[in-house]
Design a protein around this ligand. Structure first.
Ligand SMILES: Nc1ncnc2c1ncn2[C@@H]1O[C@H](COP(=O)(O)OP(=O)(O)O)[C@@H](O)[C@H]1O
Ligand SMILES: [Mg+2]
Length: 366
């Protein structure tokens, strides 16, 4: 029997954990069959965060963390398959994004580094692994990001309605699907990552559930204005960003130290909303429908304020289109792996700014 399924593994800039999706890509639309989430522990998150900056013996630390991640990814895959009585032989390939520790696509010498030893993952699972999706697009002059836009197009393009998909992960990114026009996509700015780190520092939880803490504070308009003065926000697309730009040091460089922590949180929530809203209104003001996905789409304060800032537009979760907002990125990397195995390009040059379509990733055979 020929293998039928694909697996996508996503571990994003939020550093919250590993999303694994078992999918069937043969029907149209493709279907999400089973999922598994493995959260990161505090220690692993700390070690990954440390690797975002230059530091002692970082090559060794990166290699060792790559091995640790491969073991975590394999554990999640094996659990998922066991729970659902699926044999590894029934899986064509795993698309593994890896854990980004550096994203520097700019200039002719750009690079983006995702950790997660793909060879070890293939060895531990007995399944072919596709990894390192971003490098080829960057080598072709692109940003290497966002890579999910092609999958958004496959799932959500409507022949008559201009739709925008907003993925609110650690960083937020956007895909515009206008009928009869090229797909456009780019990173808008911080999604959850600044809110998460501020929250951890002040109330000790990894995120601000439903934005309740943010809502107990007040937006500080001058602080928001300072945040918004960052050149990244006014740059035209294509553009992408990571923790190189949006990190605790960047946040603290704007603080006097006298702000109430909950007011800073309210301002960070507003920053996420303002950057997404501005991106939509500046470039896709005629879009009628906005669909949200990623963990930030579960933040009720965020979604209701976003709806309020986009009057006249329908703002919903991708769930209403039949695609669970929590698993869309893992789903997309399963699809990207299939593209690679079939020898079909996975990038969209108008989105990443690559010189052309490219077959992405490296294949580690089972
Ligand atoms: N109920 C919720 N309220 C607020 N934030 C949430 C909620 N659920 C998830 N999140 C946010 O979503 C993040 C995870 O989103 P995810 O899409 O996995 O991002 P990434 O792709 O960067 O890992 C969490 O770190 C948290 O900030
Ligand atoms: Mg995540």
């Amino acid at each position: 029997m020929n293998p039928t399924y694909h697996i996508g593994i996503m571990s994003g800039t939020s550093l919250d954990g590993v999303d694994v999706a078992l999918v069937d890509l043969s029907p149209l639309p493709p279907s999400l069959l089973h999922t598994f989430y493995l959260p990161y522990d505090k220690d692993l998150r700390r070690q990954l965060l440390d690797l975002h900056q230059p530091g002692n013996d970082e090559l060794h630390r990166a290699a060792m963390l790559g091995n640790t991640l491969a073991h975590r990814y394999a554990k999640a895959v094996i659990e998922l398959l066991k729970e659902n009585k699926v044999e590894p032989q029934n899986v064509v390939a795993i698309g593994c994004h890896g854990q980004t520790v550096r994203h520097c696509p700019q200039s002719g010498m750009g690079y983006s580094i995702q950790l997660g030893n793909a060879a070890l993952l293939a060895e531990l699972t007995g399944i072919t692994v596709v990894a390192d999706f971003r490098s080829r697009d960057i080598a072709a002059g692109g940003q290497g990001a966002p890579l999910v836009s092609g999958f958004h197009q496959l799932l959500f393009q409507d022949p008559k309605i201009h739709r925008v998909i907003v993925n609110i992960g650690g960083i937020s990114n956007i895909t515009s699907l206008a009928p009869n026009l090229e797909v456009v996509g780019f990173d808008c700015g911080p999604g959850n990552l600044l809110m998460d780190s501020w929250c951890l520092r002040h109330i000790g939880t990894t995120y601000d559930g439903n934005g309740v803490w943010a809502e107990s504070g007040k937006v500080i308009p001058v602080l928001l204005e300072k945040f918004m003065s960052l050149r990244f926000f006014s740059l035209p697309p294509p553009k992408s960003a990571g923790r190189e730009v949006f990190n605790s040091a960047w946040l603290e460089s704007y603080l006097s130290g006298h702000e109430k922590p909950e007011d800073v949180q309210a301002t960070l929530l507003q920053l996420t909303i303002t950057t997404i809203t501005n991106s939509i209104l500046a470039d896709f003001s005629d879009a009628a429908e906005i669909y949200l996905c990623g963990g930030g789409a579960r933040n009720k304060a965020l979604t209701s304020k976003l709806q309020a800032s986009l009057p006249g537009k329908k703002v919903k979760l991708t769930d209403v289109l039949g695609a669970n907002a929590d698993w869309l990125e893992a789903f997309a990397f399963a699809w990207l792996a299939k593209q690679t195995i079939l020898g079909v390009p996975g990038n969209l040059p108008p989105v990443t700014n690559a010189k052309g379509e490219r077959i992405l990733g490296a294949i580690y055979q089972a």
